[in-house]
Design a protein around this ligand. Structure first.
Ligand SMILES: Cc1cc2nc3c(=O)[nH]c(=O)nc-3n(C[C@H](O)[C@H](O)[C@H](O)COP(=O)(O)O)c2cc1C
Length: 167
């Protein structure tokens, strides 16, 4: 099995940051999957209100923000998407990534950080958007818990990866 961990970074930095980046590094460590950072060509504003506004308008217009590069997909059969819940959806740059990959028969595991709303309808939305991919059951972890209870978060991640057959 060859696993790609595709992690969204709002700062556009190659090193994933925040709770999402931490989660992605844990998943990469446990699965041995290679870690790819989805970097928007235009980094998001640092100001929280501006960030909210931009993310919301991108979602409302079903935007596909440009990203800096794409991962090497040779031999990859499973992709773990690691991203924050933004307005009940994936950050739209994740759709830019997925639109440009050949996903036929590839297993896709959505893993999101959030503050309250979990995965919402994301598994269903991904199934509708990418019908040839094999969209699997996802995992939602509160971003604050990734920081405050790393051990507990790791346990939940391990169980999810085991149940999913990724480790
Ligand atoms: C623009 C934006 C929109 C968000 N929308 C939601 C939401 O609809 N539901 C939710 O539970 N959390 C929402 N959040 C909270 C994030 O999903 C959560 O804080 C996440 O852990 C952030 O990850 P990070 O620390 O890697 O940036 C939102 C955060 C941002 C910045």
């Amino acid at each position: 099995m060859s696993i790609l961990i595709a992690c969204f970074s709002k700062s556009g930095s190659p090193e994933p940051d925040g709770s999402t980046g931490k989660l992605a590094r844990i998943i990469s460590g446990k699965t041995g999957g290679s870690l790819f950072t989805v970097r928007p060509s235009a980094p998001y504003p640092e100001d929280a209100e501006e960030l909210n506004k931009k993310a919301r308008s991108e979602r409302e217009s079903n935007a596909r923000p440009e990203i800096m590069d794409y991962p090497q997909m040779d031999g990859v059969d499973s992709i773990v998407l690691v991203y924050p819940n933004w307005w009940g959806d994936l950050p739209m740059a994740m759709y830019t990534l997925l639109d440009n990959l050949t996903l036929d028969g590839i297993s896709v595991y959505p893993v999101c950080t959030h503050e309250d709303n979990g995965l919402g309808y994301m598994e269903r939305m991904l199934k509708e958007a990418y019908p040839t991919a094999d969209i699997r059951k996802g995992l939602a972890i509160k971003g604050s818990i990734v920081h405050s209870d790393e051990e507990g978060a790791e346990k939940r991640i391990s169980k999810y990866l085991q149940d999913s057959g990724l480790i």
